[in-house]
Design a protein around this ligand. Structure first.
Ligand SMILES: [Cu+2]
Ligand SMILES: [Zn+2]
Length: 196
Protein backbone atom coordinates (compact mmCIF):
# COMPACT_ATOMS: atom_id res chain seq x y z
CA UNK A 1 0.00 0.00 0.00
CA UNK A 2 1.33 3.43 -1.01
CA UNK A 3 -0.35 6.12 1.14
CA UNK A 4 -0.46 9.57 -0.52
CA UNK A 5 0.63 12.75 1.31
CA UNK A 6 -2.76 13.61 2.78
CA UNK A 7 -3.00 10.02 3.95
CA UNK A 8 0.27 10.49 5.78
CA UNK A 9 -0.97 13.74 7.30
CA UNK A 10 -4.14 12.03 8.52
CA UNK A 11 -2.05 9.24 10.01
CA UNK A 12 0.10 11.82 11.79
CA UNK A 13 -2.94 13.68 13.10
CA UNK A 14 -4.34 10.43 14.31
CA UNK A 15 -1.18 9.79 16.34
CA UNK A 16 -1.86 10.34 19.98
CA UNK A 17 1.18 12.57 20.39
CA UNK A 18 0.64 16.08 21.70
CA UNK A 19 3.29 17.47 19.40
CA UNK A 20 1.85 15.90 16.22
CA UNK A 21 -1.64 17.29 16.96
CA UNK A 22 -0.19 20.76 17.44
CA UNK A 23 1.62 20.63 14.08
CA UNK A 24 -1.59 19.46 12.34
CA UNK A 25 -3.60 22.26 13.97
CA UNK A 26 -1.06 24.88 12.81
CA UNK A 27 -1.16 23.49 9.24
CA UNK A 28 -4.96 23.62 9.14
CA UNK A 29 -5.06 27.19 10.54
CA UNK A 30 -2.51 28.32 7.96
CA UNK A 31 -4.57 26.79 5.14
CA UNK A 32 -7.60 28.70 6.46
CA UNK A 33 -5.73 32.02 6.51
CA UNK A 34 -4.50 31.56 2.95
CA UNK A 35 -8.05 30.93 1.76
CA UNK A 36 -9.29 34.10 3.50
CA UNK A 37 -6.51 36.29 2.03
CA UNK A 38 -7.57 35.55 -1.57
CA UNK A 39 -10.59 37.95 -1.95
CA UNK A 40 -8.63 40.92 -0.52
CA UNK A 41 -5.99 40.59 -3.23
CA UNK A 42 -8.69 40.83 -5.91
CA UNK A 43 -9.95 44.20 -4.58
CA UNK A 44 -6.49 45.84 -4.63
CA UNK A 45 -7.06 47.43 -8.11
CA UNK A 46 -7.14 51.27 -7.94
CA UNK A 47 -10.56 52.84 -7.40
CA UNK A 48 -11.94 54.38 -10.57
CA UNK A 49 -14.89 56.60 -11.48
CA UNK A 50 -16.30 57.67 -14.83
CA UNK A 51 -18.71 60.36 -16.07
CA UNK A 52 -20.16 60.30 -19.59
CA UNK A 53 -21.07 63.89 -20.51
CA UNK A 54 -24.28 64.60 -22.41
CA UNK A 55 -25.29 67.98 -23.90
CA UNK A 56 -27.92 70.11 -22.16
CA UNK A 57 -30.84 71.47 -24.22
CA UNK A 58 -29.66 73.44 -27.26
CA UNK A 59 -26.01 72.32 -27.00
CA UNK A 60 -23.88 69.62 -28.60
CA UNK A 61 -21.09 69.15 -26.03
CA UNK A 62 -20.23 65.55 -25.14
CA UNK A 63 -17.31 63.64 -23.69
CA UNK A 64 -15.89 61.34 -21.04
CA UNK A 65 -14.14 62.09 -17.76
CA UNK A 66 -12.34 59.40 -15.75
CA UNK A 67 -11.16 59.61 -12.15
CA UNK A 68 -8.45 57.17 -11.02
CA UNK A 69 -7.01 56.81 -7.52
CA UNK A 70 -3.22 57.43 -7.51
CA UNK A 71 -0.66 57.72 -4.68
CA UNK A 72 -1.01 61.51 -4.20
CA UNK A 73 -4.66 62.07 -5.14
CA UNK A 74 -7.06 61.43 -8.00
CA UNK A 75 -5.93 61.48 -11.63
CA UNK A 76 -8.50 63.35 -13.72
CA UNK A 77 -8.59 62.64 -17.46
CA UNK A 78 -11.12 64.48 -19.64
CA UNK A 79 -11.83 64.33 -23.36
CA UNK A 80 -14.60 66.68 -24.50
CA UNK A 81 -15.90 67.74 -27.91
CA UNK A 82 -18.50 70.06 -29.41
CA UNK A 83 -17.25 73.13 -27.51
CA UNK A 84 -16.74 76.69 -28.73
CA UNK A 85 -12.97 77.40 -28.94
CA UNK A 86 -11.42 78.70 -25.70
CA UNK A 87 -11.78 78.06 -21.97
CA UNK A 88 -14.82 76.53 -20.30
CA UNK A 89 -15.50 76.17 -16.58
CA UNK A 90 -15.20 72.53 -15.49
CA UNK A 91 -16.47 71.40 -12.10
CA UNK A 92 -17.83 68.59 -9.96
CA UNK A 93 -21.30 69.66 -8.80
CA UNK A 94 -22.98 68.39 -5.65
CA UNK A 95 -25.82 66.23 -7.07
CA UNK A 96 -25.53 63.32 -9.49
CA UNK A 97 -28.66 64.54 -11.24
CA UNK A 98 -28.56 65.73 -14.87
CA UNK A 99 -32.32 65.43 -15.37
CA UNK A 100 -33.14 69.14 -15.82
CA UNK A 101 -32.88 70.44 -19.42
CA UNK A 102 -30.36 73.08 -18.24
CA UNK A 103 -28.69 70.72 -15.68
CA UNK A 104 -29.71 73.03 -12.81
CA UNK A 105 -30.68 69.78 -11.02
CA UNK A 106 -26.94 69.13 -10.44
CA UNK A 107 -26.92 71.89 -7.81
CA UNK A 108 -23.96 74.06 -6.81
CA UNK A 109 -20.25 73.25 -6.87
CA UNK A 110 -19.43 70.22 -4.71
CA UNK A 111 -18.22 71.91 -1.50
CA UNK A 112 -18.29 69.50 1.47
CA UNK A 113 -15.53 71.44 3.30
CA UNK A 114 -17.37 74.81 3.07
CA UNK A 115 -14.60 76.78 1.35
CA UNK A 116 -14.78 79.67 -1.18
CA UNK A 117 -14.68 79.11 -4.95
CA UNK A 118 -11.17 79.09 -6.50
CA UNK A 119 -8.95 77.25 -8.98
CA UNK A 120 -7.69 73.64 -8.73
CA UNK A 121 -4.23 74.71 -7.43
CA UNK A 122 -5.57 76.89 -4.59
CA UNK A 123 -5.28 75.58 -1.04
CA UNK A 124 -8.74 76.97 -0.19
CA UNK A 125 -11.22 75.82 -2.85
CA UNK A 126 -14.36 73.83 -3.46
CA UNK A 127 -13.52 70.12 -3.72
CA UNK A 128 -15.31 70.31 -7.10
CA UNK A 129 -13.15 73.13 -8.51
CA UNK A 130 -11.34 71.58 -11.49
CA UNK A 131 -10.77 74.95 -13.22
CA UNK A 132 -11.17 75.06 -16.99
CA UNK A 133 -10.88 72.86 -20.03
CA UNK A 134 -9.57 74.64 -23.14
CA UNK A 135 -11.01 73.77 -26.54
CA UNK A 136 -9.00 74.07 -29.75
CA UNK A 137 -10.35 75.48 -33.04
CA UNK A 138 -12.13 72.17 -33.72
CA UNK A 139 -13.99 72.36 -30.38
CA UNK A 140 -12.04 69.54 -28.73
CA UNK A 141 -10.53 69.75 -25.25
CA UNK A 142 -8.28 67.41 -23.30
CA UNK A 143 -7.30 67.74 -19.66
CA UNK A 144 -5.04 65.55 -17.51
CA UNK A 145 -3.97 66.41 -13.96
CA UNK A 146 -3.79 64.99 -10.43
CA UNK A 147 -6.29 66.54 -8.02
CA UNK A 148 -5.24 66.70 -4.35
CA UNK A 149 -8.62 67.59 -2.77
CA UNK A 150 -11.11 65.05 -4.11
CA UNK A 151 -11.26 61.35 -3.31
CA UNK A 152 -12.99 58.22 -4.58
CA UNK A 153 -13.28 56.46 -1.22
CA UNK A 154 -16.31 56.43 0.99
CA UNK A 155 -15.65 59.73 2.76
CA UNK A 156 -17.06 63.27 2.58
CA UNK A 157 -14.79 64.38 -0.30
CA UNK A 158 -15.69 61.46 -2.57
CA UNK A 159 -16.93 62.57 -6.00
CA UNK A 160 -18.66 59.25 -6.75
CA UNK A 161 -22.39 59.87 -7.16
CA UNK A 162 -21.87 63.61 -7.92
CA UNK A 163 -21.76 65.13 -11.43
CA UNK A 164 -19.37 66.82 -13.85
CA UNK A 165 -20.57 70.06 -15.47
CA UNK A 166 -18.98 71.92 -18.40
CA UNK A 167 -19.88 75.61 -18.79
CA UNK A 168 -20.39 77.99 -21.72
CA UNK A 169 -17.80 80.51 -20.47
CA UNK A 170 -14.39 80.47 -18.76
CA UNK A 171 -14.14 80.11 -14.97
CA UNK A 172 -12.24 83.19 -13.71
CA UNK A 173 -11.19 81.11 -10.64
CA UNK A 174 -12.18 83.88 -8.22
CA UNK A 175 -15.77 85.17 -8.62
CA UNK A 176 -18.14 83.74 -5.97
CA UNK A 177 -19.78 81.37 -5.82
CA UNK A 178 -18.98 79.74 -9.16
CA UNK A 179 -16.34 81.64 -11.18
CA UNK A 180 -18.88 83.43 -13.43
CA UNK A 181 -18.71 80.65 -16.00
CA UNK A 182 -22.26 80.95 -17.34
CA UNK A 183 -24.72 78.34 -18.56
CA UNK A 184 -24.23 74.58 -18.22
CA UNK A 185 -23.56 73.03 -21.64
CA UNK A 186 -22.92 69.39 -20.62
CA UNK A 187 -23.60 67.17 -17.62
CA UNK A 188 -22.60 63.64 -16.62
CA UNK A 189 -23.11 61.60 -13.43
CA UNK A 190 -19.94 60.19 -11.87
CA UNK A 191 -20.35 56.47 -11.34
CA UNK A 192 -17.99 53.79 -10.12
CA UNK A 193 -15.99 52.18 -12.94
CA UNK A 194 -14.14 48.86 -13.09
CA UNK A 195 -10.60 49.20 -11.62
CA UNK A 196 -7.66 48.19 -13.80
CU1 LIG B 1 -19.84 74.23 -12.71
ZN1 LIG C 1 -16.33 76.27 -7.16
Amino acid sequence: MQPNLSGIAKQRCAMNSCRASFVCLISLSFAGLTAQAQPEEKSSAPLKGVAVLHPTAGNKVSGTVTFTEVADGVQVHAEIMGLSPGKHGFHVHEFGDCSAADASSAGAHFNPTKKPHAGPDATERHVGDMGNVEADASGKAKLEYVDHEMSLTNDQTSVIGRSVIVHAKADDLKSQPAGDSGARVACGVIGRAKGE
